[in-house]
Design a protein. Structure first.
Ligand SMILES: Cc1ncc(COP(=O)(O)O)c(C=O)c1O
Length: 365
């Protein structure tokens, strides 16, 4: 029996362990900026919705409650400017990582099929392609891809790890190219509400897709915008035929969002105030860390959105990781996101104000 995991790349985070130990040995404790995990409280209205729905003895549905679908379509209209999104265009999913990792498999892709992803990227796009037995194809420019055998094209804007945002023009070009070649375009937009120097645009915006969702799907998550990474609440929106097919498969296979989490997601999607509050926290941390890193001699590239600063000292990333670890600050080596990141580090600003302040003081010497 051959194991599926044998197809997957090595799990790289183990290589960070010695640096983590160094950082943890700092007298003031570790400031862990290596992962983008939320640390602030789950908004009270979301917790209330979860507990109010705690008495949920029956099975939830894969497609979600009508209230959840309404919350998703309403949010798409309000926050993305998407027009005419109906329930048929919506699929709730259990976490977007899970969707990214299993979408190629659920689309029936396999040997001979190709899945394109940005050259510098969240590693799960490659993992998903490999898990299906398909070939991952990193790209710099969508229009230079060879469409032969290409079945799925991932976009990620704002980007993890670089924070780069694709303009409406770039998105339009990608959509036109994918449609012209019959390739399904899936845009991972989980940081869309976290733009700092620019306003990210969704692939679902009529200026990008022309008001039609044919051949395109956007993936969204409540993990970052609403501090709900622990709840596993995400959704896909777009081509009704593609999502209808996935819905059918998932009805057979399960993958239902738990009912209390569905109720919590309805509350989260209906409220923008907590998002504004959370954004304000991140904006302050970002400004403080950016200033400290630059004063320490790092250069920040892109980073106009998302929860990361993409930084370099024009040296191998592990040297930067090692140096910062000696100050008790742990960051992620850019190499984890592709060879093109070998001279960068990714600095998450998802730490508490107290930890961010500690990092800033240490970097100032
Ligand atoms: C680009 C990108 N997509 C998807 C995810 C997964 O988010 P979640 O599974 O919490 O929805 C992440 C998490 O960091 C991410 O950076």
């Amino acid at each position: 029996m051959s194991s599926l995991s044998a197809r997957l790349p090595a799990f790289p985070w183990d290589r960070l362990e010695p640096y983590k130990a160094t950082a943890a040995a700092h007298a003031g404790g570790i400031v862990d900026l290596s992962v983008g995990t939320p640390v602030d409280p789950v908004p009270a209205l979301v917790r209330r919705a979860l507990t109010d729905a705690a008495d949920s003895p029956g099975y939830p549905t894969v497609w979600g409650t009508p209230a959840l679908r309404d919350a998703i379509t309403g949010w798409c209209a309000r926050r993305l400017g998407a027009e005419g999104v109906g329930h048929a265009h919506v699929l709730p999913v259990v976490g977007s990582k899970e969707l990214v990792a299993w979408l190629p498999t659920q689309l029936g892709l396999g040997a001979g099929d190709r899945v394109a992803h940005p050259r510098l990227a969240y590693p799960t796009y490659e993992v998903g392609a490999r898990a299906a037995g398909a070939e991952p194809v990193p790209y710099d420019d969508v229009t230079e891809l060879d469409p032969a055998g290409l079945r799925l094209l991932w976009l990620n804007s704002p980007s993890n790890p670089t924070g780069r945002v694709l303009s409406a023009d770039e998105l339009r070009t990608a959509v036109a190219w994918a449609r012209a070649h019959g390739v399904l375009l899936v845009s991972d937009e989980c940081y869309l509400e976290l733009g700092w120097d620019t306003e990210p645009v969704s692939v679902l915006h009529p200026d990008v897709c022309g008001g039609s969702y044919e051949g395109i799907v956007a993936v969204h998550s409540l993990s970052k915008r609403s501090n709900l990474a622990g709840y596993r609440a995400a959704f896909a929106v777009g081509d009704a035929a593609v999502l209808g097919d996935l819905l059918l498969l998932r009805k057979h296979g399960g993958m239902m969002t738990p009912a209390p989490v569905q109720a919590a997601a309805v509350a989260a999607l209906g409220d923008d105030a907590h998002v504004a509050e959370q954004r304000a926290r991140y904006a302050e941390r970002r400004t403080a860390l950016r200033g400290a890193l630059e004063a320490y001699g790092l250069r920040i590239e892109h980073s106009e959105a998302s929860l990361y600063l993409w930084a370099t000292r024009d040296e191998p990333c592990w040297d930067t990781v090692g140096d910062l670890a000696r100050h008790g600050v742990l960051v992620a080596p850019g190499e984890f996101y592709g060879e093109a990141g070998a001279r960068f580090v990714r600095v998450a600003f998802t730490a508490t104000d107290e930890r961010v302040e500690a990092a800033v003081k240490r970097l100032a010497g």
